[in-house]
Ligand binder design. Sequence first.
Ligand SMILES: [Fe+2]
Length: 297
Amino acid sequence: MLQINPETSSPYQWSTVEPIEACRQALHKRPFLLRHNLAGNPIFSVEAFAKVAEAASIRPDDLHMDAGKVRLTDKWGQIPTPDVPVAEVFKHIDTADAWIIMKHVEIDPVYGEFLDNFAAFVRKIAGPEGASMILNPEMLAIVTSPNRKTSFHFDSEINFLVQVQGTKEVWICDPQDRSITTEEELESYYAGNITAGTYKPHAEQAAWHYFLQPGDAVHIPSHACHWVQNHDNVSVSFSLNMEFPAWHQAEVYRFNRYLRKLGIIPNPPGKSWLRDRSKAAAITTVRRTKELLHRPS
Ligand SMILES: [Fe+2]
């Protein structure tokens, strides 16, 4: 087990459940559990996040909310957005069927320090070599009405879902299972289609299934399809995200999309470092050329 901060005055304590070596092996490949001491801290309460949401609402793209019954097969953007200020949604959160997500919460230095502390913990799990591949930490806060679902999807980020208030269940698939997250979906995702992940019935049998309560957190690897069922309670959770360098996956999938359009079945990233870096360099060159051509002379 790895613990940080037991000897310091930091209010944020994290530990792994499995030995550090097992977590290092599992990072990016399968889920694993962490424990924390954040529950009950007033800076992570519903009331605190109602204020954070108001601040996020004046930044373009940093607040998303929707309300309604959700099926596993629904896609982001299909669920109606409430036509009222976010403060009103918070007032009725226990009956609103709402899902409120605030991005870049770390802009507030209080949460920025918290995120720095967590990112240091993840880098210790990753080890010296793995840590160099983990970039751009971001904190998203998620406040959810009782019984709300988050539908089936995958993300590019290296994610840790942290439960602070309420209980919920989460299902997480193997990120390498190409019958669940397909190569074509990944190529589409990196071309800008963030809802590329499409529900497959066999995912429910194949997924790891976790019950989360305050004090728990679980690693959701990049590209691992997942979905969430909140229990009959208001939930506060965080998505603590990090990114890989663009050359590692994103640019390779963008290049592969071009190859597939030409009728070539592309090699996925991760098989040849040299080939991946060449594809990423080619995509970067194309983008820079386009930018130059569109620059006013
Ligand atoms: Fe997600």
